[in-house]
Design a protein around this ligand. Structure first.
Ligand code: SDX
Length: 396
């Protein structure tokens, strides 16, 4: 977990609550399950950002700061309103984060000086925290706006008297009824899924945020870059791709033919495989437990049978066993679908919670010893050797 530790410094093999951290740096499966049950998303977000679980006062102050920054300026609303009704919500969200960067010029190192975040003094820490609160508070508002642009509906002022996920659900589906109270089971399920998606070491989008942020661009632009990376179907777009895959398979009887197409590389098995996890993604166990709780409220999804048949067939097929392909976190799309979110909105439900992980990495980079070093990977040239120049007239 990114925190205010110096890069590379390893805490004891224990975290705050005596949680065993496996030598890969991930909470092991059993601990991950117990962790999720006793901390909620807000405390988890605080832990990622500051490296320790908050006291009651710290948690209340953190929640108030984030919820206080939920509203966006009318200009940002006009900007979001300028998208076509069928624009992909991730395109709207990515652009809206970059828009915020144009708005908060006092947060821009290019305009205010390179060291506004890296001095490490009280003023720069406060400035950094204010951007963190703004981005966390506005992430759900921008997401809800991307949802409502598509429906041609008015935007909703974010309530400050609900939880983070409660306020998000309110903005998504506010139908005008007074004293809206989100369904507590669905609110808790979304909070659990947000916590699961909050951070995951140096995945493609977190690396993108760090690579972009290392040039000392403003944090809004760095987050927009991370959002663009997460949009891809190999990364955050996989939860949408899983449902499209299950819909294309249709009935469980069609699973063997689909898996044959995958083996012939004609199709991809979305929701399976991982660059790091080669046995199972510990998050998938919690996704399944959360799904059981949600389906009790919403009723089961007819795609569930197909998903179970796919899982059973792939897990005993030599082709997938040999390639160490197991389900990853992206079958959570079945839960989002059961909760009524539109299909192309699923990557947004990954991006919103991942903002805190991106910011935790960004904050750690800004505070690292020796200041920020621009990320500049070298490449190994493997192209042609020396060749004589051939004038255009002689090139065929
Ligand atoms: C996330 O990094 C993170 O932490 C990401 C993430 C996070 O929280 O940020 O965990 C979230 O992005 C999860 C992954 C979501 N993506 C998908 O579900 C899309 C489907 N998955 C694959 O595209 C793939 O598994 C990746 C992209 C996730 C990983 O790709 P890799 O690292 O290239 O896979 P690999 O090297 O382990 O592949 C080994 C073999 C290869 O076959 P060969 O060429 O050796 O014959 O397995 C094959 C791959 O082609 N393979 C698949 C496959 N995943 C890998 N074949 C079919 N279907 C798949 N899903």
């Amino acid at each position: 977990m990114a925190a205010s530790r110096a890069p590379g410094e390893r805490e004891e093999n224990e975290t705050e609550k005596g949680l065993r951290v496996s030598d890969k740096g991930y909470l092991n499966t059993a601990v991950m399950r117990s962790t999720i049950t006793f901390i909620d998303g807000d405390a988890g977000a605080y832990l990622l950002l500051y490296g320790a679980l908050p006291s009651a006062d710290q948690l209340t102050q953190f929640q108030n700061e984030v919820m206080h920054h939920g509203t966006v300026h009318a200009d940002a609303e006009h900007f979001c309103r300028s998208f076509r009704y069928d624009a992909h919500p991730m395109a709207i969200l990515t652009s809206a984060f970059a828009y915020l960067g144009s708005y908060y010029s006092e947060a821009n190192p290019s305009l205010q000086g390179q060291n506004i975040y890296t001095r490490g003094d009280k003023a720069s820490l406060a400035l950094m925290d204010k951007q963190i609160y703004r981005l966390l508070g506005k992430a759900t508002t921008l997401a809800a706006m991307a949802y409502r642009v598509r429906q041609g509906r008015d935007f909703v002022t974010p309530p400050t008297n609900l939880s983070y996920t409660g306020s998000f659900l309110y903005q998504m589906d506010h139908l005008g009824e007074e004293n809206y109270v989100p369904n507590p089971v669905l609110e808790k399920a979304l909070d659990t899924l947000f916590l699961l998606h909050a951070d995951h070491e140096l995945n493609a989008s977190s690396t993108t945020v760090l690579q972009t942020g290392s040039s000392l661009v403003d944090p809004y632009s760095a987050i927009a870059a991370g959002c663009a990376s997460l949009y891809g179907p190999l990364h955050g777009g996989a939860n949408e791709a899983v449902i499209r895959m299950l819909i294309s398979i249709g009935k469980p009887d069609n699973v063997p033919a689909f898996l044959e197409d995958v083996k012939q590389r004609r199709k991809v098995l979305s929701g399976f495989g991982h660059r790091v996890y080669k046995t199972s993604d510990p998050r998938s166990f919690i996704v399944r437990k959360t799904a059981d709780e949600v389906f009790k409220i919403t009723g089961k999804d007819e795609l569930l049978e197909t998903a179970m048949a796919l899982h059973a067939a792939a897990m005993k097929d030599e082709y997938f066993i040999k390639r160490k392909l197991a389900p990853n976190v992206d079958f959570c799309g079945l839960i989002y679908r059961a909760m009524g979110f539109p299909l192309d909105f699923f990557p947004v439900l990954f991006a919103v919670p991942r903002v805190v992980g991106w910011l935790a990495h960004w904050r750690q980079m800004m505070l690292q010893e020796g200041g920020v070093k621009i990320w500049r990977p070298r490449q190994i040239y493997v192209g042609e050797g020396k060749r004589d120049y051939v004038p255009l007239s002689q090139r065929t």
